[in-house]
Design a protein around this ligand. Structure first.
Ligand SMILES: [Zn+2]
Length: 144
């Protein structure tokens, strides 16, 4: 097996708008919830208090499976010079994951050798604690 980066990506705390607090509160409990339109059933990403498909202001929060598929990705091998925390994180994967519920989420693929990531890889959510009462959803390969 190839080496896995032992360094950890930073998990900066998000600015939490009141209308998406349920999303961030759920991350603190290790749960992924998504807004779903009450009028047309569109699952909304990114979290917001209205439906981008039909304009309805009626959305409810539903539990997501936490599973998805890598839609596309890139491997960052050089970090970013002006953001030391990312520069020092080592090699990391930036990806779009298509959730089983439909939305495509920009995220990181973690807990694996970056070179095993491929389009179509099945992944599941993990949460990285920000230390500020919530966590960032990221994804790792499904192992079972
Ligand atoms: Zn709608």
């Amino acid at each position: 097996m190839a080496s896995v980066s032992a360094r950890v990506l930073p998990a900066p705390a998000p600015y939490v708008l009141p209308e998406v607090k349920p999303f961030w509160d759920a991350t603190a409990e290790g749960r992924l919830v998504l807004p779903r339109c009450v009028e047309c059933d569109t699952v909304v990403w990114y979290p917001r208090p209205f439906c981008p498909a039909c304009g309805s202001l009626k959305v409810s929060w539903v539990s997501a499976s936490g599973r998805g598929t890598v839609y596309t990705f890139t491997i960052n091998r050089r970090g970013q010079a002006d953001l030391p925390a990312y520069r020092d994180a080592g090699v990391y994967v930036l990806a779009y994951v298509e959730l089983d519920e439909g939305p495509r989420v920009m995220t990181n693929i973690v807990d694996c050798d970056p070179d095993v990531v491929k389009i179509g890889l099945k992944v599941e959510v993990v949460f990285h604690d920000t230390g500020q009462g919530n966590a960032l959803p990221r994804f790792r390969p499904v192992t079972s």
